[in-house]
Design a protein around this ligand. Structure first.
Ligand SMILES: O=C(O)C1=C[C@@H](OP(=O)(O)O)[C@@H](O)[C@H](O)C1
Ligand SMILES: C=C(OP(=O)(O)O)C(=O)O
Length: 439
């Protein structure tokens, strides 16, 4: 839970989604724009920055390390880069709240500094696994203390880093990015091989800021000792935030929405591929490339959905979208089977167990498995579910109300502010009958 106060949502049943609007900026790209902008030489102007708690935690961390950052004001941020060696020791521990991306990417970047930093987070972050970054960083020569592989992490600076060749044990853009950021400070060429493609925003932004990297299939290499040059970054809308509206429109008869200027990076569009395979009516227009990232307007009109076996190659490309995809599956005709998604168990909550519990509470036959879920499409009932302090769980169940037999109450929703601070306003604007209460 963020802050002192918790929130609950009560969403009335029925309705449809209509309208054309923009969702907030991409969370992954927002984090990286602050990190790389801070290390660059020159001034980086960012527009479309996500003013959500996670990205703001990264911004605050760099301010605490001496970087002058103006904004955010209406999504505009100006980062006065200090160069690769210009960060200063923060006066206090760095608190990154709920944000796995902040702590894991910063771990890599901070191993290259000359000072020590301790990073901590909220209740959810404090039980998330960090050995996936601390183990390979130790191989590079980093010295990191953790609480049994969990936050808080203390990164001891001043160690000489050596390049490594590393086969990632899991498909994780956070681990890949952590090692590439550490690789900028290592002697030699660090190579990371991923078992399957994951989001490549770090690679794109490094290249956009003039830091050479070499990509050969799933192997990404970076040589230490380079530099970054400031540039302007237009952050597209977050496809992970757009997903809630895509699923809402796909399940509610009469819906027709257009989500403007959304990032459609090929490493992020698993949700489009999966929903289309289920029968969703999704079309793209205004396709363009902005700051090295492809964008488009996404239109979704209601069409009946059918259950599918979700192709495993789509899993890393839709990793944050499964809570919402499970809602689509619950409204589809027939069975949907997800496998190969054990990573969902170590997100802000155990997204397999928590979604299965919530769906069952609403009368849906949902069987959790070790690495996925089997969902029989059916009729969603009225009831109360627990958001478990996980933004994506809360927003997914909010959309389920569009097809429910009665109102749905969702508890422990405050963390929606981590990725989508104006969710309730936008959802109301396009037709969801949602009220939020501080409790
Ligand atoms: O690199 C990133 O920005 C992210 C990578 C993914 O995490 P993993 O690397 O743990 O899969 C994703 O779930 C997270 O929301 C953001
Ligand atoms: C997993 C997520 O984020 P993070 O790992 O940055 O907390 C998410 O936003 O769904």
């Amino acid at each position: 839970m963020s802050g002192q106060q918790d929130r609950k949502f009560i969403v009335q049943a029925g309705g449809q989604l209509t309208g054309s609007f923009r969702v907030p900026g991409d969370k992954s790209i927002s984090h990286r724009s602050i990190m790389l902008g801070s290390l660059a030489e020159g001034v980086t102007e960012i527009s479309g920055f996500l003013e959500g708690e996670d990205a703001l935690a990264t911004l605050a961390a760099f301010r605490a390390m001496g970087v002058k950052i103006d904004g955010p004001t209406d999504g505009k941020v100006t980062v006065h880069g200090v160069g690769m060696h210009g960060l200063k020791a923060p006066e206090n521990d760095v608190y990154v709240g709920n944000s796995g991306t902040s702590i894991r990417l910063l771990s890599g970047l901070l191993t290259g500094q000359t000072f020590d930093v301790t990073m901590s987070g909220d209740k959810s972050l404090s039980v998330r696994p960090m050995r996936r970054v601390t183990d390979p960083l130790a191989l590079m020569g980093a010295n990191i203390d953790s609480a049994d592989g969990k936050p808080p992490l203390t990164i001891h600076g001043g160690h000489t880093l050596k390049a490594i060749e590393y086969d990632l044990p899991m498909a994780s853009a956070q681990v890949k990015s952590c090692l590439l950021l550490a690789g900028m400070y290592a002697e030699g060429t660090t190579s990371v091989t991923e078992p399957a493609p994951t989001r490549d925003h770090t690679e794109r932004m490094l290249q956009g800021m003039g830091y050479p990297i070499d990509v050969q299939g799933n192997r990404i290499s970076i040589q230490g000792g380079g530099k970054l040059t400031a540039t302007n970054i237009d952050v597209p809308g977050d496809i992970s935030s757009a997903t809630f509206f895509m699923v809402g429109a796909a399940i509610a008869p009469g819906s027709d929405i257009t989500l403007q200027h959304v990032g459609i990076n090929p490493t992020r569009i698993g949700v489009i591929n999966i929903l289309k395979q289920m029968g969703a009516d999704i079309s793209l227009s205004n396709e363009a490339v902005t700051g090295g990232e492809p964008v488009a307007d996404i239109r979704v009109r209601y069409a009946p959905l059918t259950g599918i076996d979700i192709p495993q190659d789509q899993v890393p490309l839709a990793i944050d979208e499964f809570p919402a995809i499970f809602i689509a599956a619950a409204c589809a005709e027939g069975r949907t089977v997800l496998t190969g998604a054990e990573e969902l168990r170590v997100k802000e909550s155990d997204r397999i167990q928590v979604m299965a519990d919530g769906l069952q509470a609403l009368g849906i036959d949902a069987k959790p498995t070790s690495d996925g879920m089997i969902i029989e499409g059916g009729i969603i009932g009225s009831g109360e579910v627990d958001g478990h302090g996980d933004h994506r769980i809360a927003m997914s169940f909010a959309m389920a109300a569009l097809q429910a037999g009665g109102a749905i109450q969702i508890n422990d929703c405050a963390n929606v502010a981590t990725s989508f601070p104006n969710f309730v306003e936008l959802a109301t604007h396009c037709g969801l009958q949602i009220d939020a209460f501080d409790v």
